[in-house]
Design a binder for this molecule. Structure first.
Ligand SMILES: *Cc1c(COP(=O)(O)O)cnc(C)c1O
Length: 384
């Protein structure tokens, strides 16, 4: 057994990130400035995005996307119940109603047929979640949005980089929201990105920084003017240059980090499939996952909560993605949801365990995880 605890998802940081942050601290500008603008340009180039705005979080990006669409009281926004709570919370923040929908059993992403069935005259948007890094089935979702005049927002917190039918998530004209939270595939400690056409990104920048028509860096630059106008009561959602310094280095390392994620995921699949104790994450034809998560689904005979305790006893951290949103007190009480309303999400969430998948894992760490998972499955009689 391991002598040291293996954390579920530590950040992968090198001396290059440390040096770039120190460089910012020693410069004359630490908040939103030249490094943020460079990070946005490099992210847009990497994704093939028409434009990109760096923000304080993915939650902020999702919120701004709804604000810019003018979504508010009386409106409905359809999204997955199997997501992080902020995907639904932003709908509440604009005063609209989150209409939760069940997921597809293989990818755990929004079921397009159920989205189509949930559309009403009040529906304004659909928020697709690329669960674990696997793309949601975008073509039928796009068709539904086109048919009913809805905006398709993508929660791409797990989806850097993810491909759907050869196309990178974030390269299209609709709003796509990425997260640079500490556990995500690229981290700035906290941070996010909104992609979209240049004119849209310009509006988002104003809405995300107090509704001011000029940011402080522009005003303070040589030749800048102190004068500004306020065109809306905007939000304080900007990213800092200290964070962008992390992002600039992380982006240079992203392809190498992704190669390691993919390698670890392939090892897990090769070694755990023969056990027949779990349903393992899949990649549909034409899809490339960002492999943000490696969620196991325990088959009969294995109790999920006990499995997590036994992994901890073997010094290995795990997590659960996600507790369905409709089972939380707030949504249950406000909208009268019952646990069984979304049978796929409910059944799957009760047998989900996410095991460590990140670029800091050594071959020995991966072997420890496989050994622990195998041992627990065999002891419970759940594996061959
Ligand atoms: C992490 C996460 C978010 C929130 O990202 P923040 O940058 O922390 O706001 C949103 N949706 C999903 C699916 C996530 O995993």
């Amino acid at each position: 057994m391991r002598s040291e605890f293996l954390p579920f998802s530590p950040p992968s940081l090198t001396e290059a990130e440390v040096a770039e942050v120190v460089d910012t601290l020693r410069s004359a500008w630490i908040t939103t400035g030249p490094k943020v603008r460079r990070f946005e340009q490099e992210m847009a180039a990497y994704l093939g995005a028409p434009g990109a705005l760096a923000l304080s979080s993915c939650t902020a990006a999702l919120h701004l996307a709804l604000v810019l669409e003018g979504i508010g009281p009386g409106d409905e926004v359809i999204t997955s119940t199997l997501t992080f709570t902020s995907t639904a919370a932003v709908v509440e923040h604009v005063g609209a109603r989150p209409v939760l929908v069940d997921v597809e059993p293989d990818t755990l992403c929004l079921d397009p047929a159920l989205v189509e069935a949930a559309v009403t005259p009040r529906t304004r948007a659909v928020i697709a979640v690329h669960y674990g890094g696997h793309p949601a089935d975008l073509d039928p979702l796009r068709a539904t949005c086109r048919r009913h005049g809805l905006v398709l927002v993508e929660d791409a917190a797990h989806a850097l980089p993810t491909r759907y039918r050869g196309q990178l998530v974030g390269s299209t004209d609709n709003p796509v929201c990425f997260s640079f939270y500490a556990t995500k595939n690229l981290t700035t400690a906290e941070g996010g990105l909104l992609t979209g056409p240049p004119a849209y990104i310009e509006r988002a920048q104003v809405a995300g920084l107090h509704g001011m028509d000029k940011d402080a860096w522009k005003r303070n630059a040589q030749g800048g003017s102190w004068r500004y106008d306020v065109v809306m009561p905007g939000f304080k959602y900007n990213l800092t240059d200290i964070q962008a310094a992390l992002g600039l280095v992380q982006l240079k390392r992203l392809d190498a980090m992704q190669a390691r994620r993919r390698e670890v995921a392939a090892t897990y699949t090769a070694q755990l499939a023969p056990l027949e104790a779990f349903d393992l994450p899949v990649e549909r034809p034409g899809c490339e996952s960002a492999w943000h998560l490696y969620p196991l689904r325990l088959r009969a005979g294995l109790d999920r909560d006990r499995f997590i305790e036994e992994m901890r006893a073997r010094n290995i951290g795990t997590s659960v993605h996600f507790i369905p949103v409709h089972t939380f007190t707030y949504y249950r009480e406000k909208y009268g949801y019952r646990a069984g309303d979304f049978p796929v999400a409910l059944a799957e969430s009760e047998r989900l365990v996410t095991i460590p998948l990140n670029p800091t894992l050594t071959d020995a760490d991966v072997a420890d995880v496989v050994e622990a998972v195998t041992g627990i499955a065999r002891a419970a009689g759940g594996g061959r």
